[in-house]
Design a protein around this ligand. Structure first.
Ligand SMILES: Nc1ccn([C@@H]2O[C@H](COP(=O)(O)OP(=O)(O)OP(=O)(O)O)[C@@H](O)[C@H]2O)c(=O)n1
Ligand SMILES: C[C@](O)(CO)[C@H](O)COP(=O)(O)O
Length: 238
């Protein structure tokens, strides 16, 4: 049973509002996407990476990210779709030769701070359950609001914030995506497509630093995380 990464990176980065697609913005002199792919490149248990990119950026991405940063595990770069879900499905369909029991770690191209141990925990859980969702407990109180009025305050103990990777055996996630596509159901993450088939997706503890770089504020946070890595803050105990 192999473990593979599927990295959707075919969005447009509209909320970032930058002049180039956000995944090519530089963090410590390297594109965000190269940082993300490097985590999988370095994880010995990951056998290969499938990358999904906007069609007109494939040649640029191959030269400026994959070849430039010697990301040797990238097996294929395929064109994405209009929504993230379509991009993931295109990636899954491109994973020819993948066995039903192989584990697929689906990870946003713009989450560069995912620790390797989180990948490992997710891959292990995907062998036991129908899927594994990396998430962190909600720190704030969450309100359900309709037309400006609060309609519910769900108990915080049961609320988790979904991150990636989301890990599944290939046959499970391929079937869930194909069904959603045929039924024109659009979810906001991959786990949701498996959940709606009545299958069991388990939570795996994520990391509060595993942020999705979405808006300019996230770049400030990313800069702070990288500075701390370069100069570790001494532990109070000495
Ligand atoms: N059609 C899409 C949309 C998103 N993604 C990818 O899914 C991840 C999470 O998406 P998000 O951060 O929301 O990125 P964008 O869709 O690019 O952002 P925006 O909505 O601001 O345009 C990103 O790696 C993004 O490139 C994708 O592969 N295909
Ligand atoms: C999959 C995801 O990263 C989980 O938090 C997220 O749903 C993707 O974000 P998007 O804004 O819906 O593309």
């Amino acid at each position: 049973m192999g473990v593979y990464a599927l990295v959707p990176a075919a969005g447009m980065g509209k909320r970032m509002g930058a002049s180039i697609n956000k995944q090519y913005l530089q963090l410590a002199g390297k594109p965000i996407l190269a940082h993300t792919l490097a985590v999988f490149e370095q994880a010995a248990f990951v056998a290969g990476i499938y990358l999904v990119i906007p069609e007109d950026e494939i040649a640029y991405c191959r030269a400026e990210v994959v070849e430039r940063y010697r990301l040797t595990k990238v097996r294929r770069i395929v064109a994405g779709g209009k929504e993230r879900q379509q991009s993931v499905l295109n990636g899954l369909r491109a994973m020819e030769g993948t066995a039903a029991d192989d584990v697929v770690l689906i990870h946003d191209g713009v989450r560069p701070f995912v620790p390797e141990e989180v990948l490992c925990r997710a891959a292990e859980m995907a062998r036991e359950a129908d899927g594994a969702l990396v998430a962190v407990p909600a720190k704030d109180t969450i309100k359900v609001v309709e037309n400006g009025v609060i309609t519910a305050t769900p108990p915080r103990e049961s609320l988790w914030l979904a991150q990636t990777p989301q890990a599944f055996r290939y046959a499970v996630i391929r079937a869930a995506h194909e069904v959603a596509d045929a039924e024109r159901f659009l979810g906001t993450d991959d786990a949701m497509l498996v959940e709606r088939l009545g299958r069991e997706v388990r939570i795996v503890m994520g990391d509060y630093r595993n942020i999705k770089i979405t808006t300019p504020d996230d770049l400030l946070l990313a800069g702070a995380f990288l500075r701390e890595r370069a100069t570790p803050v001494p532990h109070p105990a000495g």
